[in-house]
Design a protein around this ligand. Structure first.
Ligand code: CDP
Length: 247
């Protein structure tokens, strides 16, 4: 049966089979979920396996937040923050770096000070509309894996596959704490857990495009799963959805 997908296999450098997608219909894979649920780690790996583009929308809200902070503006002053929209140029490089007005801010946007403010910025409708526009433009006419909070519900509701990735807040806190330590970012486990709870609350209670699962999303609780298990589970869902037969 021709389901609109054209595909063939490539031998992966690591052995086994990687998959190169060639399609009439593009694949849009949306991965949403609360803070530090491991979405970007998984999304990056899934995109690599499928040889398609990965778009980290959280990095964009973080970059905007960094700009607000650099300008010395209070992130809780909505109108002042929104007035900065014309001055902000965000670029996600295919190699993963995040550029804010031409400067590589990949590391700076992960600072806990940015995490503590980003959910305020992300709750402002005009800023969301500007960034969503950019996200849709970046997705364009290609196959993508996009992760965030509102991808399946608002940004790309036409996504072929919508994953809602969760884990207990304790598990997420330990994961983010360890990630921060490995990157040399100073924090305590308690402060990380508090930040996650705070962001999840604001993200899921905002009026416009809040964090919530799309009706047609598939829930994956990763509390007791390794990264590779989650990646394999998502690839299995993709393969089932597009009728791929394993080699
Ligand atoms: O990596 P982590 O889970 O900590 O968060 P992130 O994906 O980098 O997103 C940072 C923040 O951006 C979130 O807490 C949300 O406030 C906001 N965000 C959003 O509102 N909508 C998105 N599509 C992505 C992120």
């Amino acid at each position: 049966m021709d389901d609109g997908w054209h595909r063939h296999y490539l031998t992966h450098p690591c052995g086994g089979f990687g998959i190169l997608w060639k399609m009439k219909n593009k694949l849009i894979l949306a991965i949403d979920g609360p803070a530090a649920a491991g979405k970007s780690t998984v999304a990056k790996l899934v995109a690599k396996k499928l040889n398609i583009t990965y778009i980290d929308t959280g990095a964009m809200y973080r970059a905007f937040t960094l700009f607000v902070m650099q300008k010395g503006i209070d992130p809780q002053q909505q109108l002042s923050c929104e007035s900065l929209i014309p001055q902000v140029k965000i670029l996600l490089a295919p190699t993963g770096e995040v550029f804010l007005n031409g400067v590589d801010v990949s590391k700076a946007i992960r600072d806990p000070k940015v995490s503590a403010q980003v959910s305020y910025i992300a709750s402002y409708k005009a800023i969301r509309l500007a960034l969503v526009d950019l996200q849709r433009h970046m997705a364009g006419n290609q196959s993508v894996v996009m992760d965030g909070r509102d991808i399946g519900t608002y940004v790309l509701p036409e996504a072929n596959i919508k994953i809602f990735q969760i884990a207990s807040v304790e598990t997420r806190a330990v994961r983010r704490y360890e990630e921060n330590l490995s990157k040399g970012i100073a924090c305590t486990l308690e402060s990380v857990e508090e930040d996650l709870r705070h962001r999840d609350y604001i993200d899921s209670h905002r009026d416009f495009a809040p964090l919530k699962p799309a009706n047609d999303s598939i829930l994956i609780d990763t509390s007791f799963m390794t990264v590779n298990e989650v990646v394999d589970r998502i690839l299995e869902i993709v393969h089932k959805k597009v009728g791929l037969i394993h080699a």
